[in-house]
Design a protein around this ligand. Structure first.
Ligand SMILES: [Zn+2]
Length: 162
């Protein structure tokens, strides 16, 4: 591997020292910024560029990111299947604080190790996700999950189900 070194670069009016990524690592860096499990999200080229360009530099960084995003298999497939959304209601209820509104869903049956279902809750405001694997799904297991959530967080006001 080639040695990394730093250059001075004007970044939003400030001088920054950025490590220069060797060519062998550039693809991995772009991949991580664009579609990494923890920090990715398949965002478009500008957002991917902003994420990466604050942390490192290499020649043609913007062009290479653009090429990468334009050829990302996942992005191409998602763009081809655009979903038509219905009209928004005039007065949509928007969650304004954590745990105000939870969406819930059940995954399964999965047939894995005796716990066949996964109960899922997502906070509409914070996107906090609560998961619980159970053998069965009924009102008792749902109440158990809600009690578990309420030990740590404010009481949910609305519950949305599919
Ligand atoms: Zn993508």
């Amino acid at each position: 591997m080639k040695e990394c070194y730093v250059i001075k670069k004007f970044n939003r009016g400030k001088r920054s020292l950025l490590p220069v990524a060797p060519e062998t690592l550039q693809g991995d860096m772009i991949k991580e910024a664009h579609s990494g499990v923890l920090t990715g999200g398949h965002f478009e080229e500008t957002r991917t560029y902003n994420k990466l360009a604050n942390q490192l530099y290499f020649r043609d960084i913007h062009k290479k990111i653009k090429q990468w995003v334009q050829t990302c298999d996942t992005c191409q497939r998602v763009k081809k299947t655009k979903v038509k959304y219905g009209k928004m209601t005039d007065n949509p209820k928007i969650a304004e604080q954590i745990m105000e509104e939870l969406s819930t869903d059940v995954l399964g049956p999965l047939k894995i190790g005796g716990r066949d279902y996964v109960i899922l809750f997502i906070c509409s405001f914070s996107k906090y996700i609560y998961l619980k694997a159970t053998q069965q799904v009924n009102s008792n297991t749902i109440v158990e999950c809600l009690e578990d959530i309420m030990v740590h967080y404010p009481t949910p006001r609305r519950l949305k189900t599919e």
